[in-house]
Design a protein around this ligand. Structure first.
Ligand SMILES: Cc1cc2nc3c(=O)[nH]c(=O)nc-3n(C[C@H](O)[C@H](O)[C@H](O)COP(=O)(O)O)c2cc1C
Ligand SMILES: [Fe+2]
Ligand SMILES: [Fe+2]
Length: 397
């Protein structure tokens, strides 16, 4: 059975959601699933914008067939060649052999790498600013490399003023009937997942996202139609503002994030002691995570949200406790920067985790690192509470 929704008079959402997949890209947990969005424009010519992941091919084909209502498919615009949007590309060519595939030079190189069907006889190669008129609608193409892959482009329909924005403005989470952000409490229920999606997937390429935002700012956008998650018809400047913050590595909240590792519980106890002292100093927003419990994708997103971060960690085989080390490398890999940070270390015989953590933090841009590492020798002692207050004063100063 089909499950399409109208986006505008001529444009129909024909995507589908996967609620079975445990990890997106086989790395990021998605407890609420994910949607793969695809759109049809019914004009004098028919256009399909992107396809979907193999996992939801069945429902996608039912939706597409229903939307076309017996018409042939004239164009398939490929904004992004990653298999979560292209695994069903050959299926489309087999069903609609007259289709013209629209992409840029890099798109077609990738199609030839992933597939063996005859793409060249049906290729329409476009470059920045090129247009395609389908009757009432004129589509124009703008290149947005590295948001998420090098071939990524966005397609703007100047008739309905829709920006088909590929992976940008996407969100983890299945779409459950309400495909529009204005039908949901997005800030309450979806914002954390939108942040986790963007930061983890393209956090490393903030400048590329900023460039794409600059191009988008020249357009009159009434609808933002991403490849994952809700479609935007209202409040678009608010969401673009969030992207501006995330892509420029600016903190989103005035909040303290305490990230700790602990084997026996003593580092955790010291972290708790710090947290209550922060609270007593008036800090209202404190987030705290055990890095062995929470997946790094959540922690990287939280670190991007908060303006101050404390790392507390035992020494492990003369190194950093592995889960913390992985997290620090993830932060560095995502170009984490511009934060106030403090370090607490622990150990029983030769303590080195603090020094090693500082080395990683010092390699990041524009970090303000509290000069005093608090050293816990197996367990924190009453006489050391003043040292915690030193961290509090630094973070609250
Ligand atoms: C496998 C393993 C390796 C460790 N390696 C070191 C080490 O190289 N140097 C050190 O001082 N302590 C080492 N420790 C001890 C812990 O860092 C120490 O007991 C610390 O107080 C644990 O803090 P926690 O109570 O928060 O788990 C190691 C512990 C384990 C289990
Ligand atoms: Fe992608
Ligand atoms: Fe994607």
């Amino acid at each position: 059975m089909y499950s399409t929704r109208k986006v505008t008079q001529d444009t129909i959402w024909v995507g589908a959601s996967d609620r079975r997949l445990a990890q997106f890209e086989n790395i990021y947990p998605i407890p609420a699933g994910v949607s793969y969005n695809s759109y049809v424009i019914l004009d004098e010519k028919t256009v399909l914008l992107d396809t979907v992941d193999r996992a939801v091919a069945g429902r996608f084909i039912e939706n597409l067939t229903h939307a076309l209502d017996g018409r042939d498919l004239d164009y398939l615009v490929v904004n992004h060649m990653e298999p979560d949007h292209c695994a069903t590309l050959e299926e489309i060519v087999l069903r609609y052999p007259n289709v013209t595939i629209v992409g840029n030079v890099k798109t077609f190189n990738m199609i030839r790498q992933f597939f063996t069907f005859d793409v060249d006889s049906r290729a329409m190669v476009v470059k920045e600013g090129d247009t395609l008129c389908t009757g009432r609608h004129t589509l124009s193409f703008t290149m947005t490399p590295m948001v998420h892959w090098p071939e990524v482009m966005m397609t703007y329909d100047s008739c309905d003023r829709i920006l088909f924005c590929a992976d940008a403005f996407g969100t983890f989470g299945a779409l459950n009937g309400n495909i529009f952000a204005d039908e949901l409490d997005f800030e309450q229920d979806w914002l954390d997942e939108a942040r986790r999606y963007l930061i983890n997937i393209v956090g490393k390429y903030g400048p590329s996202v900023l460039q794409a935002l600059k191009k988008a700012s020249a357009l009159d956008i009434q609808v933002l139609a991403p490849l994952h998650g809700p479609v935007w018809r209202e409040n678009i400047p608010w969401f673009i503002g969030k992207y501006q913050t995330w892509a420029s590595y600016a903190p989103e909240d005035h909040a303290v994030l305490i990230l700790y590792a602990s084997i026996y519980g003593n580092t955790e106890s010291a972290a708790d002691a710090l947290a209550v002292r922060l609270a007593e100093a008036g800090e209202k927003k404190i987030a705290m995570y055990d890095v062995s419990v929470t997946d790094p994708s959540y922690l990287v997103a939280e670190a991007f949200r908060c303006d101050r971060v404390v790392f507390a960690c035992p020494t492990y085989n003369a190194g950093i406790f592995p889960k913390m080390e992985t997290l620090l490398h993830e932060l560095a890999a995502h170009n984490f920067q511009k934060r106030k940070v403090a370090v607490m270390e622990n150990g029983t015989w030769a303590i080195s985790s603090g020094k090693l953590i500082r080395e990683i933090l010092q390699s990041l841009k524009d970090m303000e690192i509290y000069e005093q590492t608090v050293t816990v020798k197996s367990s924190l002692k009453e006489a050391q509470l003043g040292e915690l207050d030193g961290i509090v004063a630094f973070l609250e100063g």
